[in-house]
Design a binder for this molecule. Structure first.
Ligand SMILES: O=c1nc[nH]c2c1ncn2[C@H]1C[C@H](O)[C@@H](COP(=O)(O)OP(=O)(O)OP(=O)(O)O)O1
Ligand SMILES: [Mg+2]
Length: 197
């Protein structure tokens, strides 16, 4: 595999993936660069939404496609925002509004624990009968005060367990190896290598 379309329109994810793929002999092309429209994400599970996004991009381009469906899950909120993380505060999508709603929703809760979760799906073609699927998780807690200028999404309010820093206080070199996305990609690449044997 030499070329891969990245089935995402999220600038933060695209930045992280371009760095993660930099050492590899795979050219990753954001779907926006190929004129692919945004896919619907109607499903109740991360894996179904990731598969829908990957298939959509593969069908539109004829290239293998990689999709990431991810979010922040808060046990005290019954797992919310979960698959609805991107539109938690409604449309149009806004990181600032999502963070404000999450902090407000947690104000009355003692238990601020949260985790990031990502599912990656790679399809070699739109009708690939054996999509490659991998997941990753990063534990932490939600804090009311934003800290840090890096990252994207919920990062300024996501204090990483055992680190005393938010995800927005990490450099990309620090975040990628420990993140839900970085761990999922490492697992996916291991599967891809096995699959090629
Ligand atoms: O490392 C992360 N650091 C901070 N926030 C994060 C992270 N990873 C996911 N998130 C948040 C962003 C968004 O609110 C939701 C993903 O939603 P999700 O539908 O997978 O992505 P999206 O709609 O932004 O772009 P796309 O579907 O085109 O890939 O979780
Ligand atoms: Mg999305």
């Amino acid at each position: 595999m030499q070329q891969l379309v990245l089935a995402s329109n999220n600038a933060g994810k695209l930045k992280e993936f371009s760095r993660l793929f930099a050492p590899l002999a795979i050219e990753v092309i954001p779907q926006g660069q190929l004129g692919v429209s945004e896919a619907e994400e109607p499903h109740a599970t991360f894996v179904e939404n990731a598969l829908a996004k990957a298939r959509h991009a593969a069908a539109a381009t004829g290239l293998p496609a990689l999709a990431d469906d991810s979010g922040i899950c808060v046990p005290a909120l019954g797992g919310a925002p979960g698959v609805y993380s991107a539109r938690y505060a409604g449309e149009p999508k806004s990181d600032a509004a999502n963070n404000a709603k999450l902090v407000a929703d947690l104000a009355q809760h003692q238990d601020k624990r949260a985790f990031y979760y990502a599912v990656l799906v790679l399809v070699r073609s739109a009708d690939d009968p054996r999509p490659l699927i991998a997941e990753g998780r990063l534990d932490g807690e939600v804090i009311a005060e934003a800290r840090g200028a890096g990252g994207f999404g919920y990062d300024p309010h996501f204090l990483i367990a055992g680190l005393g820093k938010t995800a927005a206080e990490l450099t990309p070199e620090e975040k990628n190896p420990i993140s839900h996305r970085g761990k999922a990609l490492a697992a996916l690449l291991a599967k891809l290598q096995e699959d090629a044997l």
